[in-house]
Design a binder for this molecule. Structure first.
Ligand SMILES: Nc1ncnc2c1ncn2[C@@H]1O[C@H](COP(=O)(O)OP(=O)(O)OP(=O)(O)O)[C@@H](O)[C@H]1O
Length: 626
């Protein structure tokens, strides 16, 4: 027996393989199991054309055994095996894939898609093993072979004894190092979880001898450990099953098995697309917001499978940020994978799938909103904020998609309503969609600025989330109706005659208002007579794009740029305080100063804005009292 060297470039490739292609060592097992599964599939194809072979699926399996004493891990399969020539070609030449050639020669049938294509997966064994031995007996031959290699130096092939057709890969696991505990690849639990993680949906049973404990015979308190052969993979992926065979309980069980969440999913989507790019997906809309959902730590993404083999745990490209709450997986046989299967080479297929998925989620939510209002409201409670961020982000690129999924609390209905519902019941003379922002529904309901709009019989949307005003600023309008804050300076709700009267009044009191504005030294843009107040004495309104609620939010941001709303102090001309002001203006300017400060500070308090000088404010109060 002579040592065959790997070709020079193979040496380099092997080195590269061991050190750089894969980021996680544990995937060696995925690669070997995929090879075994491919080898069994090849027998299946053989049976289609070879009358001497009956393919009885129940006879085929993959078995994993670990032996801690000899530090060996055995992966046995009952697949097609390899001839000496195939050993030389496929395992002696790195980057030569017998499986790819097989795919080219055979017309593959549904459900039996060969996984291998690059001819490198096998060598990932050297990431965890010092020596790799392959015992193999090819189908249709009597003789078996042993291939052995300790890595870059080359390999040997000799004849060997093996009873059943198939292949056994024996890895002699490396000794532990300071950085790496290789022992874990001999540990039953670790192996089991690696299989579950990557190869759970391999079509053939993956068996292992599993240690279980049972009561000793004749004793109830004493237990004994026994080894029992178990199939550890689920085999048939739930997403390949027919929807009609599955119940909601099945989907729920899958949701928990996959640890998508502790809650129950609100909805599931089972998608099977059979077009130019084929894929299956199971998606879940969770019920509850994960505790870290609105933090930087939360990672969105779907699991990505290629032919039932896990490629990526969280493929973030599959979900837009605004649907980042969706959990689940996608399996496609049409992905262009890169060599390590850790990344996708071209994203054309992925972009297609992502777009498709996005539309399916959107439609599902729309249907839910239409037919299951309560469920939708529960969903919106958890993830509505995310949708509003979606409207705002990317300069509003997705607003059309999302605007009909939004809900806001309504002053009229005292419940959440859609924009469509709001617009559909607008009185004929109403031109805008009105909203008011504040900390809570209760506080908004008491805001003086809402009085006139309410009186007109117009519905007001209550904005309590920080993002709300930013989102509607991005929307600009809905169904041609502009959004308008009840606090905005140009509410213009009065009839034109009244407007003219009011303007006259304003001129009349111009001197007083200019004086007050001066006293407030740059804190307000103007002081004016209010057209919106009915019973309250005073309020603030704003001119321009930045509202008071926006000012509060911007102020709380880390990169606070001191952006301020242009505030207008509005005084109710029908309130007694106005009379007091005008009288004082004639003979007691000091009193006007005092009232101006008090009124301004009251308006700040109503808005929930901090007082600039609380001590001065309380002193002023006392001055009025004594
Ligand atoms: N258990 C096995 N039974 C039969 N043939 C095998 C087995 N393992 C590997 N082979 C052969 O060796 C070839 C090389 O395997 P390797 O894992 O390196 O690459 P691959 O599976 O073809 O591609 P990929 O790198 O995409 O996994 C396979 O294509 C197959 O022909």
């Amino acid at each position: 027996m002579t040592m065959q060297p790997f070709k020079a470039e193979s040496k380099r490739l092997l080195d590269m393989m061991i050190h750089s292609i894969y980021t996680q060592k544990e995937i060696f097992l995925r690669e070997l199991i995929s090879n075994s599964s491919d080898a069994i599939d090849k027998l299946y194809y053989k049976a289609l054309t070879d009358d001497s072979l009956q393919f009885d699926q129940s006879q085929y399996f993959i078995k994993i055994t670990a032996n801690k004493e000899t530090r060996t891990l055995h992966i046995v399969d009952t697949g097609i095996g390899m001839t000496k020539e195939e050993l030389e070609n496929n395992l002696g030449t790195i980057a030569k894939s017998g499986s790819l050639a097989f795919k080219a020669e055979n017309e593959l049938k549904d459900g039996h898609d060969i996984i291998g294509q690059f001819g490198v997966g096998f060598y990932s064994s050297f990431m965890v093993a010092d020596k790799v031995t392959v015992l193999t007996k090819p189908f249709g031959h009597e003789v078996a072979y042993k291939w052995e290699s300790t890595g870059a130096d080359g390999y040997t092939i000799e004849t060997a004894e093996k009873a059943r057709v198939g292949t056994e890969v024996i890895l002699t696991i490396k000794e532990n190092t300071e950085e790496e505990t290789y022992d874990e690849y001999l540990d039953e639990h670790t192996l089991r979880s690696i299989v579950k993680k990557y190869s759970d949906f391999i079509r053939y049973p993956i068996k292992m001898d599993v240690t279980t404990s049972r009561p000793k015979e004749g004793s109830e308190s004493e237990f004994e450990h026994i080894q029992e052969e178990q199939t550890i993979n689920s085999m048939v992926p739930i997403w390949r099953k027919n929807k009609s065979e599955l119940t909601s309980e099945d989907y729920e069980a899958f949701y928990h098995e996959k640890h998508y969440g502790f809650d129950n999913p609100l909805k599931h989507l089972h998608i099977s697309v059979d077009g130019t790019i084929r894929y299956q997906a199971i998606l879940f809309i969770p019920e509850k917001t994960p505790f870290d959902y609105y933090t930087k730590e939360y990672e969105k993404g779907l699991e990505l499978y290629s032919n039932g083999v896990l490629i990526m745990n969280k493929c973030s490209d599959l979900l837009p940020d605004y649907f980042g709450f969706v959990k689940g997986l996608v399996d496609s046989e049409d992905l262009s994978l890169n060599i390590s299967r850790e990344m996708l080479q071209h994203d054309r297929q992925l972009t297609f799938i992502a777009k498709n998925i996005k539309n399916k989620i959107k439609n599902q939510l729309k249907t839910m909103l239409k037919n299951e209002r309560e469920t939708y409201e529960a969903f919106f409670e958890s993830f509505g904020k995310q949708l509003k961020y979606g409207v705002y982000s990317d300069f509003g690129a997705n607003k059309e998609d999302l605007q009909d999924l939004l809900l806001f609390y309504s002053s009229k209905e005292k419940k959440l309503v859609t924009l469509e519902e709001y617009v559909s019941r607008m009185p004929e003379n109403q031109t805008h969609i009105y909203y008011a922002s504040g900390e809570s529904y209760e506080r908004i309901a008491n805001m003086p600025q809402t009085e006139l709009v309410q009186d007109k019989g117009y519905e007001i949307l209550y904005f309590v989330d920080e993002i709300d005003e930013f989102a509607v600023k991005m929307l600009m309008n809905y169904d041609g109706k502009e959004f308008k804050s009840v606090s905005s300076g140009d509410l213009n709700l009065d009839d034109s005659n009244e407007d003219a009267d009011a303007d006259n009044e304003t001129t009349k009191h111009k001197e007083l208002f200019d004086y007050m504005k001066e006293r407030l030294a740059g804190k307000v843009k103007a002081v004016k007579e209010s057209k919106r107040l009915k019973t309250h004495p005073v309020c603030l309104s704003t001119d321009g794009d930045v509202t008071i609620e926006m000012e509060k939010i911007l102020r709380a941001m880390p990169d606070n740029q001191n952006i301020k709303a242009d505030k207008i102090l509005e005084i109710n001309p029908n309130h007694d305080i106005f009379k007091a002001l005008t009288q004082a203006f004639e003979h007691d300017k000091e009193k006007v100063d005092l009232y101006t400060n008090l009124l301004y500070n009251q308006a700040l308090l109503i808005e929930g804005l901090p007082l600039e000088d609380p001590v001065a404010f309380t002193n002023d109060m006392c001055k009025v009292m004594v």
